[in-house]
Design a binder for this molecule. Structure first.
Ligand code: MN
Length: 150
């Protein structure tokens, strides 16, 4: 089953970018553009990961992360914060609010997905086994040398 990611982001372009990127990597996504709906939607969707913008109108990502980490039903869900803040102080603030990871904007798509994968390991049963190396079938039969340049 696809892993589920709730994406909370007020900027519609970023919201679409994050959701498209996650869908392209086989995640099931639930977009939330109004932070005020984030907690209720998290309860309904039961995500494996929450991607959380920090700067939003009405309610900040800091407040939402703190609220979720106080909630017995939601606290175990990892949170990846996404923000334009770049300073070390801000990163510490984000982590002390309870975020498990932090990606700064403008985001690197590879880093974004790398952090997502680190927080949401795929189930062992979903992993494809390594294929057995195929036997070499190109050995020529003995006694039948190919003629060259004849
Ligand atoms: Mn924002």
């Amino acid at each position: 089953m696809a892993k589920r990611v709730l994406v909370v982001e007020d900027n519609e372009l970023n919201l679409k970018l994050f959701c498209d990127l996650l869908r392209a990597h086989d995640f099931a996504v639930e977009p939330v553009s109004d932070g005020r709906e984030a907690v209720a939607r998290a309860r309904e969707f039961v995500p494996d990961l929450i991607v959380m913008d920090i700067q939003m109108p009405h309610v900040t990502g800091f407040d939402l992360i703190r609220e979720m980490k106080r909630d017995p039903e939601l606290r175990a869900i990892p949170v990846m914060a996404v923000t334009a803040y770049a300073g070390r102080e801000d990163e510490e603030r984000i982590r002390s609010a309870g975020a498990n990871a932090y990606v700064s904007k403008p985001i690197s798509l590879a880093r974004f997905i790398g952090e997502v994968r680190a927080l949401v390991p795929s189930d062992a049963v979903e992993e494809e086994p390594e294929p057995e190396p195929e036997a070499d079938v190109e050995d020529e039969a003995p006694g039948e040398p190919e003629e060259e340049g004849a």
